[in-house]
Design a protein around this ligand. Structure first.
Ligand code: MCA
Ligand code: AMP
Length: 523
C-alpha cells in the first residue's frame, strides 16, 4: 500500500484504471491487413499483458532513473504499447517523426542522450551507429508487422508488472519542437501535464464510457506528436473506448469505417482530403458524434463544406507541444455553440490572456499575443534553462508565439503568428532550419523560406534563393539535393531564384512581401 500522501501519479496507472471490466472486449481493431492477410484485433487484456512484458524488458535493463527511451518506428499497435510500457516502467519517452533523416536524428539523440533507442529494422544500421556513438546502451528494432528484436526480447518477460510510482511533476515525455532560431528544443512534459489535460478533455468533449453507450475512435494520425499520441490515444484509453486503427490515413478507407465509429480527430488536411471523396455524405457519418480538428487553422470553407456535406459541425481546438490543449469549441450545447474560424474558449482549468507588445491586457476583440497558464503547461525545455526563461513572461505566463483576439464570449480567434513558423499538413516547419540547409548548398548565397497557401497542406513550403556571383542555381537541382537530408515535409515544394531578397531599412528580409509575391505558387 502507498502512503496516502504519495498516490501514484503515473499516467499509465490512470489509463489502466480506466480499462473496462471486460478485459476481453476489443480495445483496438486494425483497419489494414498485415502482410500475412490478417487484420489484428487487440483486447484490453492484450494491451495490459503486452505493456507489462515490454515494461519488464525495460526494467530488466537496469537503466538509470529518468532514462530516455527514443522511438522512431512506423505506426503500429506495438509502438503504442511501447509508449505505454515506457510510462508503466517509469522512464521517459522520446517519440520521433519517422520522416526525420540522419542529421536530424543525430541531433535529437546527442541532445537527449537516450539509454535506449527503438527504430525500425530497415534503419537499424545507421541508427545504431549514431546511437552507440552518442552513448546509447541498447538499440532495439520494432517493425509494423509485429516483428523486431524488441518483441523477441519482450516475449521472454513476465506479463505481470507493477506500475512504477511517479509524482505528478516527474517527467513522462520529451517532444522535440524546432525553434525560430537555433536547433530544436526538447519540450519536457510531466505525468501531471498529460493526465490533467486528458481528464479535462474527457469531460469537456463528453467521452461516453462503455456503460454510457461507448465511443469508438477512428485513429488515423501519426503517433509521434501531441495530436495522435496524447489527444487521441489518451482520450480513447482513459475512457475504455475502442479504436479503429489506421497505420496510414487513406480517405476512402476512413470514410468506409465511419459508420462504425463515433469520434474522429484530424488535422485540416485530412478533412480536405475526405471532402474530395464523393462517398462522404450524411449517411456515411450518421452514427458519428464528434469530428475534431486541430494542429493547424481550419479554413472556414472547409468548416462550412463539412457541415453541408455531412450535417456535422467540426469542433476546432487549439494547442501546442509545450502546453497540450488550450482552447476548444464546445462539445455539449450547454457550453455554447461551435463557431467556425475560432478555436473556442479556454478549456476548464486553463487560463488564456491576450496582451500587447508591452505585456498589457488587450481589450475585447483587440489583437495581441496569446499567453497561457495551467496545469497542462510544460516544465521547460530539456537542458535549456535560458530558452525556457525567454518563453515565459515575468509573471509566469507561457508565450505561445501565436497572435489572436478574444471576443465578448471569450472565444479565441488565431489571426497569425509572431514566430516564424510554417504549418504544412499539420507538421511544423521552421524556416530558419531549412534556410540553414539551403545556405550550405554550393552556389547559394542566401535564402528565405516562406509558407504560402496550399490547397491540400494548408501552407506549402517555398524557398526563394539568391545565387552566388557567377554561380548558376537550378530550382529542381536544389530540391533534389535536399531529399534525404531533411524530413520530406520540410522540403520546399517550389524554389525560386531571384537577384536579391527584399529587405527593410534594418536589413531584415521582408518575408511579408515574399509571401504576397508567391501567394499563388500552389493555386
Ligand atoms: C507528406 N508530405 C508532406 C506532408 N506529408 N509535405 C508537406 N507537408 C506534409 N504534412 C510529402 C510527402 O513526403 C510526399 O512527398 C508528398 O508530400 C505527398 O505525400 P502523401 O502521400 O500525400 O502524404 P501522406 O503520407 O498522405 O501524408 C499527408 C498527411 C500527413 C496524412 C497529411 O502529413 C499527416 O499525417 N499529417 C498529420 C500531422 C500531425 O499529426 N500533426 C499533429 C502535430 P514526395 O512526393 O516528395 O515524396 S501535433 C500539434 O500540432 C499540436 C500540438 C496540436 O495542436 O495538435
Ligand atoms: P506544435 O509546435 O506542433 O505544438 O504546434 C503548435 C502550433 O500549432 C501552435 O502554436 C499554433 O500555431 C498551431 N495550431 C495548433 N492548433 C491550431 C488551430 N486549431 N488553429 C491554428 N493554429 C493551430
Amino acid at each position: 500500500m502507498l502512503p496516502p500522501a504519495m498516490p501514484n501519479a503515473n499516467l499509465f496507472a490512470a489509463l489502466r484504471a480506466a480499462f473496462p471490466e471486460d478485459l476481453d472486449a476489443c480495445a483496438i481493431e486494425c483497419a489494414e491487413a498485415l502482410p500475412d492477410g490478417s487484420t489484428p484485433r487487440y483486447s484490453w487484456r492484450d494491451i495490459d499483458r503486452g505493456t507489462a512484458m515490454m515494461a519488464n524488458l525495460l526494467s530488466s535493463l537496469e537503466l538509470p532513473k529518468g532514462s530516455r527511451i527514443a522511438v522512431q518506428t512506423e505506426k503500429s499497435v506495438e509502438a503504442l504499447m511501447l509508449y505505454l510500457a515506457v510510462l508503466r516502467a517509469g522512464y521517459v519517452v522520446l517519440p520521433l517523426n519517422t520522416a526525420y533523416q540522419a542529421s536530424e536524428l543525430e541531433y535529437f539523440i546527442a541532445n537527449a542522450g537516450p539509454a535506449v533507442v527503438v527504430c525500425s529494422g530497415q534503419h537499424f544500421g545507421w541508427v545504431s551507429k549514431l546511437a552507440f556513438v552518442a552513448g546509447t546502451s541498447y538499440v532495439f528494432t520494432l517493425n509494423d508487422d509485429r516483428t523486431g528484436s524488441l518483441l523477441e526480447r519482450a516475449a521472454h518477460c513476465s506479463d505481470q508488472h507493477v506500475v512504477a510510482v511517479k509524482r505528478a511533476d516527474e517527467l513522462a515525455a520529451i517532444l522535440y519542437t524546432s525553434g525560430t532560431t537555433g536547433r530544436s528544443k526538447g519540450v519536457m512534459l510531466s505525468h501531471g501535464n498529460l493526465l490533467s489535460n486528458a481528464l479535462t478533455l474527457k469531460s469537456y468533449w463528453g467521452w461516453r464510457t462503455p456503460a454510457e453507450g461507448g465511443d469508438v475512435l477512428i485513429h488515423a494520425l501519426p503517433i509521434f506528436h501531441v495530436h495522435g499520441l496524447f489527444v487521441a490515444c489518451h482520450g480513447a484509453l482513459l475512457n475504455g473506448s475502442k479504436m479503429i486503427w489506421f497505420g496510414k490515413f487513406e480517405p476512402q478507407a476512413v470514410i468506409r469505417r465511419l459508420p462504425e465509429a463515433t469520434v474522429f480527430m484530424g488535422v485540416p488536411t485530412l478533412y480536405v482530403r475526405m471532402l474530395a471523396e464523393p462517398a462522404l455524405d450524411r449517411e456515411a457519418c450518421r452514427p458519428m458524434r464528434l469530428f475534431i480538428s486541430g494542429s493547424a487553422p481550419l479554413l472556414i470553407d472547409t468548416f462550412k463544406d463539412w457541415q453541408t456535406r455531412t450535417g456535422h459541425t467540426i469542433l476546432e481546438r487549439y494547442g501546442m507541444s509545450e502546453t497540450l490543449m488550450l482552447t476548444s469549441n464546445p462539445c455539449k450545447p450547454e457550453n455554447g455553440e461551435r463557431v467556425g474560424g475560432t478555436v473556442g474558449p479556454a478549456l476548464p482549468g486553463v487560463q488564456v490572456r491576450i496582451v500587447d507588445d508591452q505585456g498589457r491586457a488587450c481589450a475585447t476583440d483587440e489583437i495581441g499575443h496569446i499567453q497561457v497558464k495551467g496545469p497542462n503547461v510544460f516544465n521547460g525545455y530539456w537542458r535549456m534553462p535560458e530558452k525556457t526563461r525567454e518563453e515565459f513572461s515575468a509573471d509566469g505566463w507561457f508565450k505561445t508565439g501565436d497572435v489572436g483576439q478574444c471576443d465578448a464570449k471569450n472565444y479565441v480567434r488565431i489571426v497569425g503568428r509572431s514566430k516564424d513558423l510554417i504549418i504544412s499538413g499539420g507538421y511544423n516547419v521552421y524556416p530558419a532550419e531549412v534556410e540553414g540547409y539551403l545556405n550550405e548548398l554550393a552556389g547559394v548565397a542566401e535564402s528565405a523560406v516562406i509558407g504560402v497557401p496550399h490547397p491540400d497542406f494548408g501552407e506549402g513550403v517555398v524557398a526563394v534563393l539568391v545565387a552566388r556571383t557567377g554561380a548558376h542555381v537550378d530550382g529542381s537541382a536544389v530540391m533534389a539535393q535536399l531529399k534525404g537530408r531533411i524530413a520530406n515535409f520540410k522540403q520546399p515544394k517550389r524554389v525560386f531564384v531571384v537577384a536579391e531578397l527584399p529587405r527593410n531599412t534594418m536589413g531584415k528580409v521582408q518575408k511579408n512581401l515574399l509571401r504576397e509575391q508567391y501567394k499563388a505558387a500552389f493555386i
